[in-house]
Write a protein that binds this ligand. Structure first.
Ligand SMILES: C[S@@+](CC[C@H](N)C(=O)[O-])C[C@H]1O[C@@H](n2cnc3c(N)ncnc32)[C@H](O)[C@@H]1O
Length: 221
């Protein structure tokens, strides 16, 4: 039975996952101790070298895909350093091929955010803004732990602070994320999102097919 609440994302869930509160509480109480992957350690070192002790505003564009949003955010916030991270070498590689990285205020890296967020927290990063644009929804109920708010990495994301902007074409993903933040004591605002211009390829694709975006905003402490 498909009871997804979006006509496009198909899910066997029709409301927040029943296990979510327990998962979030567990992850908040006992952060991940997993060893870091070698390639993410190297990418994080690259980020630190590029930042070179930067003390100004720092923006993270997590799950940046080909980095189109990273380039857009860098142009929008010229006084900040913007770092886009995606685990797909294919996608981050496309950034190099398609964008003239003439703007010195951003960097696109291939890394696994499950490790990158924890490394960034351990290194003392505090973000001004954090974008999470169209993360993989993992709509099957059995995959709830793969959604960011159901994963151990959620606790690390919170510790990085900043103004969080999450967008998805699956309303329930955004609502579950808001529920997870509420469990952590953080207020959120969830609204439909529209704009005259899409800032990521997935956003463009969803809008071209008539799908609605949902946006969550929250100030992480
Ligand atoms: C649906 S795509 C959206 C890409 C881009 N934000 C956009 O809107 O065009 C989701 C992205 O999340 C990335 N991703 C998923 N899990 C990740 C992880 N653990 N670390 C880094 N990136 C991840 C995928 O590689 C993919 O590029």
């Amino acid at each position: 039975m498909n009871t997804g609440n979006s006509k496009w994302v198909t899910s066997n869930q029709n409301g927040p996952h029943e296990k979510l509160p327990e998962l979030v509480q567990r992850h908040l109480a006992s952060p991940s101790q997993k060893p870091f992957s070698e390639h993410t350690l190297t990418a994080f070192e690259q980020a630190q070298a590029w930042l070179h002790g930067w003390q100004g505003p720092l923006i993270l564009d997590s799950c940046c895909g080909v980095g189109e949003s990273t380039a857009n955010l860098a142009a929008l916030y010229p006084d900040a350093r913007v770092i886009g991270v995606d685990k797909s070498a294919l996608r981050t590689g496309k950034h190099e091929a398609n964008y003239a990285n003439s703007n010195a205020n951003y960097l696109v890296l291939r890394a696994d955010l499950k490790d990158f967020w924890r490394l960034a927290h351990q290194a003392g990063w505090q973000l001004q803004k954090h974008y999470l644009l169209y993360p993989n929804p993992w709509p099957k109920s059995m995959h709830v732990k793969r959604r960011w708010h159901g994963s151990a990495a959620f606790a690390d994301l919170l510790k990085l602070g900043g103004h969080l902007t999450l967008r998805s074409n699956w309303q329930l993903y955004v609502e579950e994320f808001a529920l997870a933040l509420a469990i952590a004591g953080i207020d959120t605002e969830v609204k439909p999102y529209a704009s005259s211009e899409a800032i990521t390829p997935f956003e463009r694709k969803y809008w071209a097919s008539g799908q609605q975006s949902w946006q969550l905003e929250a100030q992480l402490r």
